[in-house]
Design a protein around this ligand. Structure first.
Ligand code: PGA
Ligand code: ZN
Length: 430
């Protein structure tokens, strides 16, 4: 038993220079720390990220209230409790908060404590976090690498937020990472030669101002080829349009540019567009291709395309077991994005992953656009595998830190390490 002897939280900065919360849990025999990430294109159904709202500090984005909740009531609740009893710790915090969206304590406060407890438990046993979460874990995740940024993560003017590559043909995680980095650098060279900017967006992908969105995919496919790889074989494309961001609630239409021209599109038009794109390009995965409350259209899209495409719910499902259950019943997707801070505890995150896998769905463990040096999500992806990880491009330490942690894990696993590559999509006909 690792009795909690102290809990402390303070404010640190994330990759966008905004405050976020760091929590340290100390036990009789060790300690563990965690830093909580933060999104920009957040879903309306997410658990509440508590911010101070005091405009005199960080434009209202301070997290001193969340820190005070950790240093006061949450600490009082958990002192003397067993840090390694994750369920009991998380349930106690959920109980104390008492709201459906963790709005009293703040999901950021609760999640910081939840992860720091797991880290303290792992430290006490002297083992890596992924092993602490699952002693049998041997499978590395297949990465979705966001090498071209649009939407709310860049000022590139692209409606689609993320254009990602998946190195499914690689024999190991290490080789997948090399493949991704080579394509990323090749893409930079091609953009530069064509006169475009090679500055990067929030997740470390390039953010060129392209005339239309087909060009984004065409540049990526060219980079794949020039780097010496085969699209559709070594590399598959994944996308996150983050459609809630371009859905106009008043009009009830998607405001989406096709070939550079703005169109007011219905849900059926949007599905038609994705159908055309998957016929044209080697796309294996579309996340939030529809907005977060477009339930019937999600079911239509899954019925039409679910046998050839991974259809991922992010803002749509917000890592919530409740929403996931409904989506499984309604066959409204076949994959769920997993973001710990959308739900607010490690236990609830693990419940969502387990339910998805039991139901034959795939899972993608994901960062937020505002990240830090915390690498918990790399360990979680291995512990809960086989799965996929979405942790940005091949630049910026907040993104690369997770890839580097996966390299360490792969090395620690040695001969036992498994990289599933395209097998991850075995239920999907390609
Ligand atoms: P966010 O975006 O972290 O800004 O919400 C990531 C995503 O939509 O997957
Ligand atoms: Zn998303």
């Amino acid at each position: 038993m690792s009795k909690i002897t102290d809990i402390r939280a303070h404010e640190v900065l994330d990759s966008r220079g905004n405050p976020t919360i760091e929590v340290k849990v100390t036990t009789q025999s060790g300690n563990g720390s965690a830093i909580v990430p933060s999104g920009a294109s957040t879903g309306v159904h997410e658990a509440l990220e508590l911010r101070d709202g005091d405009k005199s500090r960080y434009g209202g984005k301070g997290v001193l209230k969340a820190c005070a909740n950790v240093n006061g009531p949450l600490k009082e609740l958990l002192l003397g409790k067993d840090a390694s009893d994750q369920k009991a710790v998380d349930e106690a915090m959920i109980g104390l908060d008492g709201t459906p969206n963790k709005s009293k304590m703040g999901a950021n406060a609760i999640l910081g404590v939840s992860i720091a407890c797991a880290r303290a438990g792992a430290a006490e046993r002297g083992i890596s976090l992924y092993k602490y979460l699952n002693m049998d874990a041997v499978t590395l995740p297949v990465p979705m690498m966001n090498i071209l940024n649009g939407g709310k993560h860049a000022d590139s003017g692209l409606d689609i937020q993320e254009f990602m590559i998946m190195p499914v043909g690689a024999p190991s995680f290490r080789e997948a990472l090399r493949t991704g980095a080579e394509i990323f650098h090749t893409l930079g060279g091609l953009l530069k030669d064509a006169g475009y900017s090679t500055t990067v967006g929030d997740e470390g992908g390039y953010a060129p101002k392209l005339a239309h969105q087909d060009m984004a995919i065409e540049f990526i496919l060219k980079a794949v080829e020039v780097a010496g790889y085969k699209a559709g074989d070594d590399i598959l494309i994944a996308m996150d349009p983050a459609a809630s961001e371009f859905f106009d609630k008043d009009k009830g239409k998607y405001m989406f540019r096709v070939k550079g021209e703005m169109h007011e599109m219905s849900s059926a038009d949007m599905i038609g567009f994705w159908n055309e794109w998957i016929a044209k390009y080697p796309i294996i995965s579309i996340e939030d291709g529809l907005h977060e409350d477009d339930w019937a259209a999600w079911s239509d899209m899954t019925a039409q395309m679910g046998d050839k495409l991974q259809i991922v719910g992010d803002d749509f499902l917000v890592t919530s077991v409740e929403r996931l259950k409904k989506a499984i019943e309604q066959k409204a997707a076949n994959s769920i994005l997993i973001k710990m801070n959308q739900i607010g505890t490690l236990s609830e995150t693990i419940d969502a992953i387990n339910l998805a896998h039991e139901s034959g769905w795939t899972t993608v463990v994901s960062h937020r656009s505002g990240e830090t040096e915390d690498t918990t999500l790399a360990d979680l992806a291995v512990a809960m595998g086989p799965g996929q990880i979405k942790t940005g491009s091949l630049s910026r330490s907040d993104r690369v830190a997770k890839y580097n942690q996966l390299l360490r894990i792969e090395e620690e696993l040695g001969d036992k390490a498994v990289f599933p590559g395209r097998k991850i999509f075995s239920q999907i006909k390609m």
